[in-house]
Design a protein around this ligand. Structure first.
Ligand code: C2E
Ligand code: MG
Ligand code: MG
Ligand code: MG
Length: 292
């Protein structure tokens, strides 16, 4: 009886593996075609400054406009991209797109809101990353400081020696580096001191339970104080309610990003937001963009 159960589970397991593999192989030409046919979209999510209550930048977030399945979020296709070794192709596409937008904004608005781009582990560890970024800023004639590079805590810490050297080079060239999903990795806060980063992004998991979980508030308070002590700015992601905003502001958080202010949006919408700020001097009120 138990042996039969065992056999059954082995068969099931193998078939599961096969399906997964087949699925991955099926995805390869589809994803390559998606790059060729330009099916990816860069969405931008606004970031706001607590002190000045104003727009202070954007995060670039990829979407896939699938011909049959509609608009897909990263969780639905990034795992395939990673497993198929296409992360560099994707990151290069995103960087190029972001640089294009920055050039256009500088020409149109005579001002440039920084765009933060998420770097995959593969891209961050790529031996030609520095050269690639250097030629990108030259080609598009943008200031390196307008491009912020988000690296997750786990990636930054996975090879601390190499990571530190890459981040140092990026800083020396004028790029801003932010540590994404901060607090979810296993790094010691002391490591933060040695990393020449400009910003930490507090992970949404801390923000989510802020109202009910006092421990999270205590941890956050310590994190923010430490970051400030080291001269780094702090942004919180995933703010959905006014209460979360209030608590984060009290804890000394510098910047915020979340559905409470605005969701990730198409570039044209982000530009309307910029125009509203510029032309009417209208400050985007928290919550007023939630439906955009
Ligand atoms: P992330 O870099 O931590 O991005 C923040 C995620 O939180 C985004 O999900 C964003 O849409 C979502 N978010 C923002 N505000 C709120 C909120 O108030 N509530 C909730 N529930 N979520 C909020 P998204 O766009 O699905 O991206 C997921 C992850 O995929 C990103 O996490 C990032 O790790 C990765 N990713 C996205 N775009 C890119 C890209 O262009 N390149 C690379 N390499 N990775 C990307
Ligand atoms: Mg990010
Ligand atoms: Mg994040
Ligand atoms: Mg996150």
């Amino acid at each position: 009886e138990s042996k039969r159960q065992h056999q059954a589970s082995v068969v099931f397991y193998e078939r599961g593996m096969d399906d997964e593999f087949t699925q991955l192989m099926d995805m390869e030409p589809v994803l390559r075609r998606a790059f060729q046919d330009d099916e990816f979209l860069l969405y931008l999510q606004p970031q706001f400054d607590f002190d000045h209550q104003q727009l202070c930048g954007f995060e670039a977030l990829i979407r896939w406009q699938h011909p049959e399945r509609g608009l897909l979020a990263p969780a639905e296709f990034l795992p395939y991209i990673e497993q198929l070794g296409l992360s560099e192709t994707l990151d290069t596409w995103v960087l190029d797109k972001a640089a294009n937008i920055l050039t256009r904004w500088t020409a149109e608005f005579n001002h440039c809101w920084p765009i933060a781009v998420n770097l995959s582990a593969q891209q961050f560890q790529h031996f030609q990353l520095i050269e690639q970024l250097q030629s990108l800023v030259q080609k598009h004639n943008i200031t390196p400081a307008s491009l912020e590079l988000e690296i997750t805590e786990t990636v930054a810490m996975s090879d601390l020696h190499n990571g530190m050297s890459v981040i140092n080079k990026l800083r020396n060239l004028g790029f801003n580096v932010a540590i994404d999903d901060f607090g979810t990795g296993h790094s010691s806060l002391a490591y933060l001191r040695s990393l020449p980063i400009s910003k930490i992004k507090i992970d949404r998991s801390f923000v989510r339970e802020l109202q009910i979980n006092r421990t999270d508030a205590t941890i956050l308070k310590a994190m923010i104080r430490l970051a400030h002590g080291l001269g780094k700015r702090v942004i919180a992601e995933g703010i959905e309610t006014e209460d979360q905003q209030t608590i984060l502001q009290q804890l000394g958080c510098d910047m915020m990003q979340g559905y409470f202010y605005a969701p990730p949006m198409r570039v044209e919408l982000a530009e309307q937001l910029i125009e509203a700020e510029l032309n009417e001097g209208r400050k985007p009120l928290p919550g007023s963009l939630a439906a955009a």
